[in-house]
Design a protein around this ligand. Structure first.
Ligand code: PNS
Length: 163
């Protein structure tokens, strides 16, 4: 049984995240999406809200679970019996911080490898932080995030729901 963890903030889940997840699913027997519960950045959504959104949008995907974790990602991976940490790469600027994180994670636990998957071209510029800003200011983000994320953000920002 080859298990991978896919850790992140998912604040909220975007089509970029789902793209990476869809690429990881055929590679592993089980993928556990891990929502970081104690981030240094202030999230828009609570951990429970982020988990519920993820569960809504992954409905129907086989062998995927969603949970939260705190502490080190390598400890989360080890506890889950995972052989890999999945991370998505979009643009070159992701690479430096991801490389640093992967090397640190390897130093912390050499038995867990980081597997980088490239996002599709359409998601290259999709990031949760940009999406939140555009949505908060009334812009249309429906091409970048699933409808459940759009609705949840608009509720948070006190904007009308779109029909
Ligand atoms: O979606 P994000 O915000 O890019 O995800 C970042 C995340 C959650 C993968 C990273 O911050 C992380 O792994 N945090 C857990 C704490 C940890 O293990 N830190 C050491 C990594 S070098």
């Amino acid at each position: 049984m080859r298990t991978a963890v896919y850790p992140g903030s998912f604040d909220p889940v975007t089509f970029g995240h789902l793209d990476i997840l869809d690429r990881a699913i055929p590679i592993f027997d089980r993928v556990i999406v891990g929502v970081l519960a104690n981030p240094s950045k202030e999230p828009l959504f609570t951990v429970q809200e982020r988990i519920e959104l993820l569960r809504t949008v992954i409905e129907g995907k086989a062998n995927v679970e969603v949970t939260s974790f705190d502490g080190l990602t390598v400890d989360f991976a080890q506890a889950a019996g995972a052989i890999a940490i999945v991370r998505g790469l979009r643009v070159l600027s992701d690479f430096e911080s991801e490389f640093q994180m992967a090397l640190m994670n390897r130093r912390l636990n050499p038995s867990v490898n980081t597997v980088f998957l490239m996002t599709s071209f359409s998601n290259v510029f999709v990031s949760s932080s940009i999406i939140k800003e555009v949505c908060r200011l009334g812009g249309d983000v429906s091409e970048a995030v699933p409808p459940a994320s759009v609705d949840a953000m608009r509720r948070k920002f006190g904007l009308e729901q779109r029909s």
